[in-house]
Design a protein around this ligand. Structure first.
Ligand SMILES: Cc1cc2nc3c(=O)[nH]c(=O)nc-3n(C[C@H](O)[C@H](O)[C@H](O)COP(=O)(O)OP(=O)(O)OC[C@H]3O[C@@H](n4cnc5c(N)ncnc54)[C@H](O)[C@@H]3O)c2cc1C
Length: 272
C-alpha cells in the first residue's frame, strides 16, 4: 500500500472532528488503506480515538457506535440475539458473515465505515435497514440530525452524508429487538462477495422485506403476500434494474433475489 498523506490526527473530542481542507475521516481503515485515496485527500482524522462505547442497550433500544468494529458487533448485540427479548438481533452474525472479510479485517472494520461507504454489498445497510434503525449524524456546525438507515444509501457508493458529517451511531428502537427477523444471501461462491441479500422483520403490521446487494441502494416493502412481493420485484427489475458487476450478472441477481425474498416472506409468515 502506498498511502500518500501528510497528516493523521486522532480525534479525542467533537471539536477535533471538524475537518480541515484535504482531510477525510478514518474508521478502521480497511477500505481507505486498501484503495487509492480520493484525489485531494492529504490527511486523515481517526475517529476511533473518540473512545465511544461500541454498543449499549437500554429501555429505548440498541445503540451501536459508528466506531463499533464488526467483531464487537457480533460479540455484543450478536450474542444477545438467539431468542427471547433480543431475538430480532439473531441476524447480526449472519449479516457480518455476509461480508467477504477475513477475521483480521473484521477486527478493525467498523459499522460506520461500512455504512458510510454505501457499497451494494455493505451488509450493515441491510441489517440496520431491516431493524428499522436510524443513523445519528453529527453535522460540522456542532448539531446533529437523524436519517433512516434505509434512506442513507442513495446509489452504489453514494450516501446521504454531507462533507464533514460523522456517522455517530445507529439506533434500533426497543420494540424491534424482540421481533422476528430473517436473513437470506446468495453469492457466486460460498466465500465470495454477497450478490443478493434479503433481510426482513415481522412487526404488528406484518412482514417487511429489505433487498440489498442486488440493487445499488436498499429497497424495502411491507409485503402482505407473495403476489404483492412479485409485483414489487418486477417493478424494481423494470425501473431501477438489478445491479451488475464481477460478482454476478443482473439477470442472475434478479432471479436469486426473487427466490430469497419469497423464502424470507414464507419464514416471516406472509400470506400465500
Ligand atoms: C478484504 C476486504 C474485503 C471486503 N469486503 C467487503 C464486503 O464484502 N462488503 C463491503 O461492503 N465492504 C467490504 N470491504 C470494504 C470495507 O473494508 C468494509 O466496508 C468496512 O466495513 C469499512 O469499514 P472501515 O471502518 O474500515 O472504513 P474506513 O476504511 O476507515 O472508511 C471507509 C469510508 O467511510 C468513511 N467513514 C468511516 N467511518 C465513518 C464515520 N463514522 N462517519 C463518516 N464517515 C466515515 C471514511 O472516510 C471512508 O470514506 C472489504 C475490504 C477488504 C479489505
Amino acid at each position: 500500500m502506498d498511502l500518500d498523506i501528510d497528516t493523521v490526527r486522532v480525534a479525542r473530542t467533537r471539536a477535533d472532528c471538524v475537518l480541515r481542507p484535504g482531510e477525510a475521516f478514518l474508521g478502521g481503515g480497511t477500505f481507505l488503506y486498501s484503495e487509492p485515496l480520493h484525489a485531494g485527500v492529504t490527511g486523515l482524522v481517526d475517529l476511533t480515538g473518540l473512545g465511544w462505547e461500541p454498543w449499549s442497550v437500554d429501555e429505548s433500544g440498541l445503540r451501536v457506535a459508528g466506531t463499533c468494529t464488526l467483531v464487537e458487533l457480533v460479540a455484543g448485540p450478536g450474542a444477545l440475539g438467539a431468542q427471547g427479548p433480543y431475538r430480532g438481533l439473531g441476524i447480526v452474525r449472519d449479516c457480518v458473515s455476509a461480508l467477504s472479510l477475513s477475521a483480521k479485517v473484521a477486527r478493525t472494520a467498523t459499522v460506520g465505515g461500512n455504512l458510510a461507504l454505501g457499497l451494494p454489498a455493505g451488509s450493515m445497510i441491510g441489517l440496520f435497514a431491516a431493524l428499522g434503525a436510524r443513523a445519528v449524524v453529527w453535522t460540522p456546525d456542532g448539531g446533529s440530525r437523524e436519517v433512516a438507515v434505509a434512506r442513507l444509501v442513495t446509489a452504489a457508493g453514494v450516501v446521504a452524508l454531507e462533507p464533514g458529517e460523522v456517522l455517530r451511531e445507529v439506533r434500533v428502537p426497543a420494540a424491534v429487538l424482540g421481533q422476528r427477523t430473517v436473513f437470506r444471501r446468495a453469492s457466486l461462491t460460498p466465500t465470495g462477495r454477497t450478490a443478493a441479500m434479503v433481510t426482513g422483520r415481522a412487526d404488528e403490521r406484518g412482514p417487511r422485506i429489505v433487498v440489498t446487494a442486488s440493487v445499488s441502494a436498499p429497497h424495502g416493502l411491507d409485503a402482505r403476500d407473495h403476489d404483492m412481493l412479485d409485483r414489487w420485484l418486477d417493478r424494481i427489475g423494470s425501473t431501477v434494474g438489478w445491479f451488475e458487476d464481477t460478482h454476478g450478472t443482473a439477470d442472475w441477481r434478479g432471479a436469486m433475489t426473487r427466490r430469497l425474498a419469497h423464502e424470507a416472506l414464507d419464514e416471516l409468515g406472509g400470506a400465500a
